[in-house]
Ligand binder design. Sequence first.
Ligand SMILES: [Zn+2]
Length: 142
Amino acid sequence: MPIAQAPPYQLFTLATNVWTAPYWEAASRGELVAARCATCDHPRMPPTPFCPRCHHQGIRWVRLSGLGTVYSYTVVERAIMPGMEAHLPYVPAVIEPDDLPGVRLVSNLVGMDLADLRVGLPVRLTWHRTDAGVGLTQFRLR
Ligand SMILES: [Zn+2]
């Protein structure tokens, strides 16, 4: 079976805001972080202006280990725009971090045989750094 490739990152543009900028700043240093409410500690990923539990705005950022499990995934096998062909197949995935259960991180699976893909697989973070210096998460089989 084919191996999951890195997606065509050059086709995507990063957009940040005041709530997500700390995530991307940490990612540029190779650190995976997640937001938690500074008042009640409820996880807030993606970071939101208000805590969904207590409605306070304070956020504290915690560093994650980079270990997780595959919660969901899909296989992209067809190019929907020019420039994607060399990156097929790629595998967008939703990862649940081991150290923050219930939180879901949208990322990609790479370097894995498509025949081995399963929900629940244990995975480990690796970083992809774009030409612009942006750190993007990728996950590989542990
Ligand atoms: Zn809260």
